[in-house]
Design a protein around this ligand. Sequence first.
Ligand SMILES: Nc1ncnc2c1ncn2[C@@H]1O[C@H](COP(=O)(O)OP(=O)(O)O)[C@@H](O)[C@H]1O
Ligand SMILES: [Mg+2]
Length: 258
Amino acid sequence: MRKKHIIVKNLTKKFGDREVLKNVSFEVYEGEVFVLMGGSGSGKSTTIKHIIGLLKPTSGQIIVDDVDITKLSQDELIEFRKRMGYLFQEGALFDSLKIWENVGFYYLENTKMPVKEIYKLAQEKLALVGLKGVEELYPSQLSGGMRKRASLARAIATNPEIVLYDEPTSGLDPVMSAVIDRLILKLRDEIGVTSIVVTHDLESAFDIADRIAIIHKGVIYAIGTPEEIKKSPDPVVQQFINRLPEGPITKEIFSDIS
Ligand SMILES: Nc1ncnc2c1ncn2[C@@H]1O[C@H](COP(=O)(O)OP(=O)(O)O)[C@@H](O)[C@H]1O
Ligand SMILES: [Mg+2]
């Protein structure tokens, strides 16, 4: 039986009196690529922000490696996060640092590793995401897609056991999306990394997922293998995966107009 690496149990989150996650529960196994898919505003980013402890649940548990991270102090959390890589949806590179410094940031800040070695490590990680010769540039000198890939290089710089990707392929051209998808699988197959990939890119999701969860308005509607998801009888799931303009997801949006 494979180990449960991440357990999200009855996660509920309110911002003010708006409930944006409602009893969200799922489990991610070690070495699995778990895709969390849903429309814009469905609660995907909010969910993974809880898994790295950037947000505290209103109620519910987040267990990573057998530790309930909602109970950790700020210092313990910072220590714990070292084993997780996180690719922010917005990229979130430091504008005033060069690309290699961004990628090597953890080592520059927290270790006595010689700068030359950090530079080399950054170069290797950048090469993995298809970026060469950008080490000395600043984020503003890169295209959006390149910045995204540089952020990904930073997310994997510390060889984390868990990587959380928030829309890793949005804004990338099809070929670069395929490069990133392949990298996610390579990290799983060669290092056994556990991944959660947040996306609304159906093609990419079905390509890379071991299992998929479909979230809509803070509620999980289905969890299963790509094949199981395709066969799901749930109307929300079917509307989403078949890109249908009409169905339960859009019912409320159009009810005002018609
Ligand atoms: N810090 C916040 N304060 C208030 N509302 C928020 C905050 N973060 C997210 N939300 C709301 O929660 C919902 C889910 O957001 P999010 O998780 O970012 O969606 P997704 O990543 O699926 O597009 C949205 O309606 C969003 O406006
Ligand atoms: Mg998001």
